[in-house]
Design a protein around this ligand. Structure first.
Ligand code: 5GP
Length: 182
């Protein structure tokens, strides 16, 4: 049986990856979104096992030591990682899987899965990114400034990716993502 495709979607916090992903999955229900593990506390609307598996640092470190993560990284003071087993199982079944992860993790995936399709979502400008982060109003001022400075570093890595897609117009960005994936 043919192995499924591994798709990596990366981009700075606030760039609209979540919205793009929701729409993409609605249009292509055959795609599977990997649920990451994180030590970040859940936001008010987040459900354990849906947006993330919310785990303690101790649990996360145990997962790393046991080789249970396909990749992992520390981001803004918290750990994030992709559980290995579900992704490998789906790929073996010929299903395509999307990872929504940051730059450090995306680099690890390039090493272990050189055939993964890696996309980087860019904001039209940094000012617009900041505005979107504030509109989202989910994070403290400190978290926003931390995420903004991190965003600049991430954007510098955009050309390491197979595709760079500017999320100016949602529909246009979606069409570009579809073109890259299919
Ligand atoms: P947030 O806290 O806003 O949900 O996510 C922060 C960052 O962590 C985002 O850039 C997101 O793409 C990234 N992220 C989420 N899950 C994973 C993961 O499993 N691995 C890695 N490396 N990054 C992740």
């Amino acid at each position: 049986m043919q192995t499924g495709r591994l798709i990596v979607l990366t981009g700075p916090s606030g760039v609209g990856k979540g919205t793009l992903l929701r729409k993409l999955l609605k249009r292509h229900p055959e795609l599977h979104l990997s649920v990451s593990a994180t030590t970040r506390p859940p936001r008010p609307n987040e459900i354990d096992g849906k947006q993330y598996y919310f785990v303690s640092r101790e649990q996360f470190e145990h997962m790393v030591a046991a080789g249970e993560l396909l990749e992992w990284a520390e981001y803004a003071g918290n750990y994030y990682g992709t559980p290995r087993a579900p992704v490998e199982r789906l790929l073996q079944l010929g299903q395509s899987v999307i990872l929504e992860i940051e730059v450090v993790g995306a680099r690890q995936i390039k090493e272990t899965f050189p055939f993964a399709v890696r996309l980087f979502i860019l904001p039209p400008t940094l000012a617009e990114l900041e505005q979107r982060m504030r509109l989202r109003d989910q994070d403290s001022e400190e978290a926003i400034s931390q995420r903004l400075s991190h965003a600049q570093t991430e954007i510098e890595a955009a050309d390491e990716f197979d595709w760079q897609i500017v999320n100016k117009d949602l529909e246009e960005a979606l069409v570009s993502i579809e073109a890259a994936i299919f």
